[in-house]
Design a binder for this molecule. Sequence first.
Ligand code: AMP
Length: 110
Amino acid sequence: MPTLFTRIINRELPATIVYEDEHVVAFKDIAPVAPVHIVIVPRTEIKGLSALPDDGDHRHILNAAKTIAEQLGLTGGYRLVINEGRDGGQSVDHLHAHLLGGRKMTWPPG
Ligand code: AMP
């Protein structure tokens, strides 16, 4: 059974895609918590950060975040968040990062 995000990647579900390359797809979060809220998802179905293989090249989400932030003009800064597991607040079991920007972030997060 493909994940929700794989179905978005495959255009089986609607989303506003803002960036894609051979490794990742990025789209607007359906319930944004900041003026800019982009979800960056690897095309490969990896359940979460804890399931990331130790080997391999894992720069793609970071590189995409940097590129998207530049494209969206987030010159003042931004935040990149990966929620892992239930205690981390993960609700979709397909590895993804949240790119948040367009307002000043607070610390600590809730
Ligand atoms: P997380 O809670 O870290 O697993 O993040 C999952 C994110 O996916 C949440 O911020 C949701 O708002 C977002 N989301 C869920 N369904 C969709 C959808 N169909 N299109 C865009 N974003 C979604």
